[in-house]
Design a protein around this ligand. Structure first.
Ligand code: PMP
Length: 404
């Protein structure tokens, strides 16, 4: 069978990245890996989930847990999320919330809902690789969203028209972005709303890391600022996606979307068509565990990850030669490193496999235009002092050799 003859055009944009292949090789015990942006499994509330699952499978609860359910999601979980959103300044009702199978599914659905082939998605440069992966299936054109530069709405729109479509949305993580770890200022968030109002496009705000702040002052989500301005979520263009992956468990695949009813109603139709609903048992377990001591649990995560971030920043300051710079994130899981021009981080990773045995993600894949080969992403979520010190010392040697 020659499959290339029967593939849809959208499938041609989906490629396994060469980096992913390389990273598979790096999954060996003597390698110190800063590559995967994953939670530390030692911090999962496994006992609590064990109990919650047992409860959900007992008596009358089991009849709900094991039965088909509504596409919108398990109501007690949506109520819990509604209360949490309220605390962030996102005033809404349960009807403004859809439970998704991870926030990744929300990105896929939003691409499906908003993008026709040739339409423009504005993304930051660099941006979350998984968002590009999700949107690619809908054959968009990407343009660089800049909230500090002075490109006007008209200029974005002109570029989109030239590319054969219109600007449909701007996608971004306002807090502790993957891969840079950076956070938008309030002014930048306001500017985003202004720009999007002018372009009449949606805003897709990815809140995957929002709860993981280690220091600095919290800034309200873009959706909260927009509600403050317009008085009601129903008047807002921002669609917020949240996730339990970084706080409770990524394996259970529970995330959510908050938006105006009109958007949620349409997303519910997409969800019905795609998978009917997310696993009810998982939603029930998450609802029970979250209701118990979510704040206490997250405070513990912040302690641990915040300390690990400090360890990594200290090690970088000690080990990196002049000419290398990196971000100083106030939260999340990532530090973004910029090497001198001309050094290619993918080559560096290939060398690392043979010599220093330290893993990271080369930065090029996070750029919609595949540029900036001299950047790389480090995750600090997994290691304590010994491994971080040793791993960053190895990385320092690698970089020095490449610069020599
Ligand atoms: N958004 C960002 C910025 C992420 O880093 C991730 C996970 N790496 C996701 C969304 C998807 O997470 P999940 O589907 O597990 O909620």
């Amino acid at each position: 069978m020659d499959w290339s003859q029967v593939l849809a055009s959208r499938a041609l944009r989906m490629k396994a990245s060469e980096i992913r292949e390389l990273l598979k090789l790096l999954d060996q015990p003597d390698i110190i890996s800063f590559a995967g942006g994953i939670p530390d499994p030692a911090l999962f509330p496994a006992q609590e989930f064990s109990q919650a699952m047992t409860n959900a499978l007992s008596g009358e609860a089991a009849k709900v847990a094991l039965q088909y359910s509504v596409s919108e999601g398990y109501l007690p979980l949506r109520s819990w999320i509604r209360d949490r959103m309220e605390r962030l300044g996102i005033t809404c009702t349960e009807d403004n919330i859809l439970i998704t199978s991870g926030s990744q599914q929300a990105l896929d659905y939003l691409g499906k809902l908003l993008l026709s082939p040739g339409d423009t998605a504005l993304v930051s440069w660099p941006t979350y690789l998984g968002a590009l992966g999700a949107f690619n299936a809908y054959e968009p054109v990407y343009d660089r969203l800049s909230l500090r530069g002075n490109r006007t709405a008209a200029q974005y729109q002109e570029a989109a028209a030239e590319a054969g479509g219109q600007v449909k949305f701007a996608y971004l993580s306002a807090d502790f972005a993957n891969p840079t770890g950076l956070t938008l200022t309030r002014e930048e968030r306001e500017r985003l709303i202004d720009l999007s109002d002018e372009m009449n496009c949606a805003i897709v705000e990815d809140g995957a890391y929002q709860q993981l702040r280690y220091d600095g002052e919290p800034v309200p989500p873009v959706l909260a600022l927009e509600i403050e301005r317009k008085g009601d979520i129903e008047a807002c263009r921002t669609v917020y996606s949240g996730s339990f992956s970084k706080t409770l468990s990524p394996g259970l695949r529970v995330g959510w979307v908050v938006a105006a009813r009109e958007v949620i109603d349409r997303l519910v139709l997409l969800k019905q068509a795609a998978d009917l609903h997310s696993a009810t048992l998982n939603q029930m377990a998450v609802a029970e565990v979250a209701a118990k001591d979510f704040d206490g649990h997250v405070a513990h995560l912040r302690d641990v990850y915040g300390r690990r971030r400090d360890l990594m920043l200290d090690a970088l300051a000690r080990e990196m030669p002049e000419g290398v710079s990196w971000t100083h994130p106030e939260g999340g899981m990532f530090v973004w490193v910029e090497l001198p021009e001309g050094i290619d981080a993918a080559d560096l990773l290939a060398t690392s496999l043979k010599t220093e045995r330290v893993a990271f993600v080369p930065g090029r894949a996070f750029y919609a235009d595949g540029t900036h080969g001299n950047t790389l992403r480090l995750s600090f979520s997994l290691h304590e002092k010994e491994k971080t010190d040793e791993g960053i010392a190895r990385l320092g040697r690698l970089v020095r050799e490449a610069m020599a």
